[in-house]
Design a protein. Structure first.
Length: 113
């Protein structure tokens, strides 16, 4: 997973800190899978000091994190980047088991996969 430096970090007039991060991944499909796997974590619970939005764009994962303060911003950024890294490593680990599955099933129609 290739990390890019954040595009911007700013503190808005309302006292909120904002961080935009773009992480390039090997393919658009992997970016989509990572995005969908960690997007449930973006739902805000009451009392949480940050909000995060995630989307995949081509072969990149884009995160926008808004927080009440820099401490919450850093904590949220660390959490989501670790989740993205874990999801990407999981794909790398399990992908070899799924490659060629379809070909084996077609070549031996009588066997179950």
């Amino acid at each position: 997973m290739k990390h890019k430096f954040p595009r911007k970090t700013s503190k808005s007039l309302s006292g909120r800190a904002v961080l935009d991060v773009r992480v390039e991944l090997p393919s658009a499909r992997i970016a989509e899978i990572v995005s969908s796997s960690i997007s449930p974590e973006t739902h805000r619970a009451k009392g949480i000091r940050s909000a995060t939005s995630i989307r995949s764009k081509r072969n990149a994962l884009e995160l926008e994190i808004q927080a009440r303060d820099l401490v919450a911003l850093r904590a949220s950024a660390n959490s989501f980047l670790r989740l993205a890294a874990a999801a990407s490593r999981t794909i790398d680990t399990v992908a070899p088991f799924y490659r060629g599955r379809h070909r084996r099933a077609v070549s031996n129609p009588g066997t179950s996969v």
